[in-house]
Write a protein that binds this ligand. Structure first.
Ligand SMILES: [Zn+2]
Length: 250
């Protein structure tokens, strides 16, 4: 195996590492999107609940108002009865008693009408609040649909990007020496892990350890795999073109 081969093999594997890290980042983002959509729905649900609570309140007040109106109806019936009796009273005492009853009915009706008036004001207020909340909800519903569509579009974009990157990855995998690839894959079966790191300046590109000059020379000669004494990743010199791009490691 020539010197150049080991360096370029390690460089290819480094590219693969970076691609895998990139895919992982995109997958994480993709995974978070359903949660973002769920949060949007929850926020919408809070406003829906508020509207429903107002509607319940309104129907409760309306029910009370109806029952009070029914009471007025009953009192009116009572009044008619007393008025009929008035036409056939025999004594002053009887008449006085009937007038007292009629007065009592008037007083009761007055109180009930006050209640009904208050209920009507409350019904008006609730109607206004419900109208406002409905408007908020309709704006929210439009916003929420736009936001959800946006998130779904982002998710789709990420999926497309990933499958594009996967194609590049497939091509790259062909170029990597099988033993090196196996060594890398055995690390990444359970979770993402690097196998190689470029030398950046005089430092390990992964853990930033300063590499002793003797070791640096050996890496440059590239006759064998040399692991960073600290993080144990295999070190290699980046080809000139990639060094110019300012490569960094994960
Ligand atoms: Zn290191």
């Amino acid at each position: 195996m020539s010197d150049l081969n080991l360096t370029s093999e390690l460089a290819f594997l480094y590219n693969l590492q970076q691609i895998d890290a990139d895919i992982l980042t995109r997958r994480k983002k993709l995974k978070s999107i359903p949660n973002d959509i769920r949060k949007l729905r929850e926020d919408f649900g809070v406003h829906e609940q508020k509207l429903n609570a107002l509607k319940d309140q309104l129907s409760q007040v309306e029910k009370e108002q109806r029952s009070q109106s029914a009471e007025i109806g009953a009192l009116d019936e009572q009044r008619k009865k007393y008025q009929t009796q008035l036409t056939s009273v025999k004594t002053n005492d009887e008449m006085k008693a009937l007038y007292n009853q009629l007065e009592f009915i008037d007083k009761q009706e007055e109180e009930i009408e006050d209640n009904i008036l208050e209920f009507m004001l409350t019904i008006d207020d609730l109607g206004g609040e419900i109208k406002k909340e409905r408007e908020i909800l309709s704006v929210k519903s439009a916003d929420y649909k736009v936001e959800e569509a946006k998130l779904q579009e982002i998710a789709q974009g990420i999926e497309e990007d990933i499958s594009e990157i996967q194609e590049t990855r497939q091509d790259l995998v062909q170029k990597i020496a099988p033993d090196l690839l196996r060594q890398y894959q055995s690390r990444t079966t359970t979770q993402y892990a690097s196998l190689v790191a470029p030398v950046v300046g005089n430092n390990c590109g992964n853990c930033k350890l300063t590499i002793p000059p003797q070791m640096l020379n050996e890496i440059k000669q590239s006759t064998k795999k040399i692991a960073c004494p600290s993080c144990k990743l295999i070190l290699f010199e980046l080809p000139d073109s990639e060094r110019a791009n300012g490569a960094t490691s994960e």
